[in-house]
Ligand binder design. Structure first.
Ligand code: PLP
Length: 414
C-alpha cells in the first residue's frame, strides 16, 4: 500500500513552482492543497474513516500503488496530507531537496513513533537531563523495558560526549532539545551534529519551542526533527498534534509504517486546526519574541529575581550561540525567585493576566512551576543540578500588550 505514502511526500506543491524563493510568512499563509475548479478555497476537513472506489480495478490500482489515492483513515487522509506537506515545506524552506513529514496524534506520539521506528532491543540512545518531562519518562519507564539502553549526559560537554561515543557500544541516536525545557539551555547544534556524524550516529532534535520559523535543524545537519505542534505551531491551544520530519523516502516509509501500525495517526479536525494556526505563525512568533525579550529584561531588573533564563539576554550564557543558530530568541523564559517555593506560590497566585497551566505556546501568557508539575517525577537531586529549583517559574510569553504583561508581573512580584 504505497499509495497513501506517495502522497505524503508531495512538498512539490509548494516548492516546484516558479516561486522557489518564497519566504516563510508567504509559505505559511498559502492555501495550496490540491484543488479542482469550483472546489473549496480553504482546506476542507475530510471526516471519513475510509475511502471508496468506483471499481475493483480502481481499488487494485490504489492498493498496488499504481495510482495515488487514499485507503483508510489510519494510513492517511487528504486533510492531514495537506498539513504534512505544508510543515515539510516550511522545514525545507532553504533546502534544495524535499523533506518528509508525518503528523501524529500528539507530540509524545511523534517521539514514541520515531524512537520505536529507529531503535531495537540492544541499541543505545544518548540524551540530556533537561528534556521535556514526558520524554524523560517515556525513555525511562517504557523504552528501557523494551531493552533499549538510555544514557543521560551533559550534551554541552562535547569532549565528555565523545568519550561516551567511544566507550559505549551500539549507540544509534543522540536525542536533544535546544533551547531545552525549562531552563532554556542551548546546545551547539552544528558541533553536536558533526561529532555524531563522525561516529555514524543519527541525531534527533525536538524543536517545539522554536518552530521552523525560528530554527531549522535539518539545515544544520540533523536527521530527524520532532514537533509537539500542539504548542506554537497550532498556537491557540485547541488541538493536540505532533510531527516527525525526516530526510529520505526509506526513513519516511518506516516512520509511516510504524505510525499506521501503532495507530498514532493524527485526526483530520486537529490537523485542520493546526493548518489554521500555521497561517499566522510568523506574525505570532514576532510578537511572542519581542514580548519575551522585554519581559526578560524587566525581570532581570527586579530585586525579587535571582536569575532569568532567556537566551536573548546579553547576560545569558547561551546568548552568542543562540544568536548564531536561531533567527529570534523565542517566547519561552524561566526565572528563579529568591524565596523558593513560597515565593513561587505567592507570585503565581497573584498573577491576574497570566494563567497557571501545563501547556505553552498559546497566544496568552502562561505560567508553570516545573518542580511541582512537569518535572515532578524527576529525581530532586537531578532536578536541582539542572537548575529546576523550587523557586523556578516558567513563562510562555503571550502576544498581549507588553505593558499589561509587565504590569501583571510587577504587581504579582510586589
Ligand atoms: C508539549 C511538549 C511535548 C509533548 O507534546 P504533546 O503534544 O503534549 O504530546 C514534547 N516536547 C516538548 C518540548 C513539549 O513542549
Amino acid at each position: 500500500m504505497s499509495s497513501d505514502f506517495s502522497k505524503v511526500k508531495a512538498v512539490k506543491d509548494y516548492k516546484n513552482t516558479d516561486m522557489t524563493k518564497i519566504k516563510m510568512d508567504t509559505l505559511c499563509a498559502m492555501e495550496k492543497h490540491s484543488k479542482e475548479n469550483g472546489s473549496a478555497h480553504i482546506l476542507p476537513i475530510n471526516a471519513s474513516s475510509a475511502f471508496s472506489y468506483n471499481s475493483l480495478e480502481a481499488s487494485i490500482e490504489v492498493f498496488t500503488g499504481q495510482q495515488e489515492g487514499f485507503v483508510y483513515g489510519r494510513y492517511g487522509n487528504p486533510t492531514i496530507t495537506a498539513v504534512e506537506n505544508k510543515l515539510a515545506a516550511m522545514e525545507a524552506l532553504n533546502l534544495e531537496d524535499d523533506l518528509y513529514c508525518t503528523l501524529t496524534s500528539s507530540g509524545m506520539s511523534a517521539i514514541a513513533t520515531l524512537l520505536i521506528s529507529q531503535l531495537k532491543a540492544g541499541d543505545r540512545i544518548i540524551t540530556q537531563y533537561n528534556l521535556y518531562g514526558g520524554t524523560t519518562e517515556l525513555l525511562k519507564s517504557i523504552l528501557s523495558k523494551q531493552g533499549i539502553h538510555i544514557s543521560f549526559c551533559d550534551l554541552e560537554d562535547l569532549d565528555g560526549l565523545e568519550k561516551k561515543l567511544i566507550a559505549e557500544k551500539n549507540v544509534k541516536l543522540i536525542y536533544f532539545e535546544s533551547p531545552s525545557n525549562p531552563t532554556l539551555n542551548c546546545l551547539d547544534i552544528k558541533s553536536l551534529v558533526d561529532l555524531a556524524k563522525k561516529y555514524g550516529i543519527d541525531t534527533v532534535m525536538d524543536n517545539t519551542f522554536c518552530t521552523p520559523y525560528l530554527q531549522r535543524g535539518i539545515e544544520m545537519g540533523i536527521d530527524f526533527i520532532i514537533y509537539s505542534t500542539t504548542k506554537f505551531l497550532n498556537g491557540h491551544g485547541n488541538a493536540l498534534t505532533g510531527a516527525i520530519i525526516c530526510k529520505n523516502e526509506a526513513e519516511q516509509k518506516s516512520i509511516w509504517n510504524h505510525m499506521k501500525l501503532l495507530g498514532s495517526n493524527c485526526n483530520p479536525f486537529d490537523a485542520w486546526l493546526l493548518h489554521n494556526g500555521i497561517k499566522t505563525l510568523p506574525l505570532r512568533m514576532d510578537k511572542h519574541c519581542s514580548n519575551a525579550m522585554a519581559l526578560a529584561e524587566f525581570l532581570e531588573s527586579r530585586d525579587e529575581v535571582l536569575k532569568v533564563n532567556y537566551p536573548g539576554l546579553n547576560s545569558n550564557k547561551y546568548h552568542k550561540l543562540a544568536t548564531r543558530q536561531m533567527d529570534h530568541f523565542g517566547a519561552m523564559l524561566s526565572f528563579e525567585l529568591k524565596g523558593g517555593l513560597e515565593a513561587a506560590k505567592k507570585f503565581m497566585n497573584a498573577c491576574q493576566l497570566a494563567t497557571i497551566t501545563s501547556t505553552l505556546g498559546n497566544v496568552d501568557t502562561l505560567l508553570l512551576h516545573p518542580a511541582t508539575s512537569s518535572h515532578l517525577n524527576i529525581d530532586p537531586e537531578i532536578r536541582k543540578a539542572n537548575g529546576i529549583t523550587d523557586g523556578l517559574v516558567r513563562v510562555s510569553v503571550g502576544i498581549e500588550n507588553i505593558g499589561d504583561i509587565k504590569a501583571d508581573f510587577k504587581r504579582a512580584l510586589e
